[in-house]
Design a protein around this ligand. Sequence first.
Ligand code: ADP
Ligand code: MG
Length: 625
Amino acid sequence: MSDIIQLLPDHVANQIAAGEVVQRPASVVKELLENAIDAKATYIKLIIKEAGKTLIQVIDDGSGMSVTDARLSFERHATSKIKTAEDLFQLETKGFRGEALASIAAIAHVELKTKQEEDEVGTEIKIEGSEVTSQEVCVTPKGTSISVKNLFYNIPARRNFLKSNAVELRHIIDEFHRVAMAHSTIKFDMYHNGAEVFNLPSSNDRQRIVNIFGGKTNEKLVPVTEETDLVTIHGFVGKPQYAKRTRGEQFFFVNNRFIKSPYLNHAVNAAFEGLLKDKSHPSYFLYLTVDPISIDINIHPTKTEIKFEDEHALYAMLRSSIKHSLGQFNVAPVLDFDRDSSMDTPYEYKSKAVQTPTIEVDRSFNPFKDEKTSGGGSSSSDKGYTPFKKESAGSWENLYVGLDAEVTPTKTVENDFSSVEFESTEVTGSLFESDDKKIGHHTTYQLRKKYIVTTIKSGMVIVNQHRAHERIVYEELLRNITMASAVSQQLLFPLTLSFSKKEIALLETVKEQLENMGFVFAEQSLSEIEITAIPSVTSEKEVSLLLEQLIHDLENEVPDSGFSQTDLLARSIAKSIAVRTGVELAQEQQQYMVNSLFACTEPAITPDNKPTFITLTVDEIDKKF
Ligand code: ADP
Ligand code: MG
């Protein structure tokens, strides 16, 4: 049998390599920007058309290339950055694999113009799908300009796989931000479809962050500094009160390279322990400098993970230096950061006035003792609780007519939740009271400030308050958006919120739907929006978080069709507005919730398909006895 192994032609090998290096326009942007930085540029200009689908151009004033180097730069494994294997462990540059330009040239139309300081004239090379189509002498300033046109022109599958322009542009801006933040002394400009998007003068790290994320960022930053043999840490963390519900602004740079590290992220969160409201995330911009020998970045070319030699020590240092900064700048009550953090008073409690704790669990309560029962009942009325509402018949009840008299709600709850203690005297009290009174009117009970329990003909229903409300609000918002029938509430004073340019651009894409929902936007600048009216279903203090969450959701999932965009919007906002677990609901609110839920088109599930309620039939209950 003849030999069957063949060597792949170069252009095929390059195309395969390109699959790894270039996932989308943003990957090209990253490679080109990094090359410009490696070439010691002081001014880098990024020009994008159609979110990088038709043009990505990077112009730098760096070292430039000689004629030979210009030609060689497109060869695979052609790099000026390592010569020996040892060099790999001392890398100070971004690139070293010599793969990027070869890969990009394999899947696009590339034009390179470059000139070194000492040369009279420069070199211009054009390549299409790894084929050099022309090489000429040209007049060009010192430095390099690379244009990448029609990305993936010869791989239709990849081109079709690209997301909408809004999504691809966002990825590009993310890469641009990361590189620009890691090199604040370099001047950066960015243009998209002829319009300037960013203009970042040479500055320092703090100024760079402010230039990117908007003027209000400055006052939110707390500096962090630490110098040890192992690592130099500098940068900023956001003050706890500005922590966001989404993870937007979290950046680690190691030796001026953006990295992701869940482990170090954990260290930051540990430093913020007790200072943040539930589910909020601190902002951080942290620059770590370590000996290149102590890290391993020789991994997948586009990945941003990194391996540290002494992770544990790094973790401890990061955590303590941030704790120290928060303490020093008086944003944290704890200065002594060697203490066990579990002993610390959470920050949010510090500022609160002393309150007499309310007793949540009546441990002596015995549901089978009548005396105790009435005791529970009276304590509930002490607190102004309305245990029983006669006019509770709502539309949903038509689905479940009447209540079997022999079922006592007390037993029902007791048995199904045998492991669950009754929450409060109110709940138990009202349970007994309703039992005493006329059965057939549906009283609702709130359990653990999480569930609403009520009876139906066949047994009982347990409604998850947050999920139910999510469904209710979602359907209402959808109606409002599609029919533009929302009711607004005028704000006494306009609400001014600051966002980054990227975030504002994103909100812009859903402005019409937001207006249909009841938002009225007065003015909008590059970094701020002014809101004069909000949907009546929300409150003023929710708006900022709600928009933040929306931006986050839009960023992570931007469907192209109008319908699903509306759906996403309604889902995101419903999630933000829906009443949370832990919120005590008055009797009327509980009943409103149950009635509105069963009036929904699809009451059984949340917009993202989680059950909103469960039922427990008398048969099922009987079986448990
Ligand atoms: P790597 O960056 O891994 O070395 P690349 O394919 O990105 O590989 O680039 C190949 C080589 O081309 C680089 O090593 C560098 O010598 C040269 N080069 C690329 N871009 C520039 C630029 N903007 N200015 C000067 N030289 C460049
Ligand atoms: Mg490179």
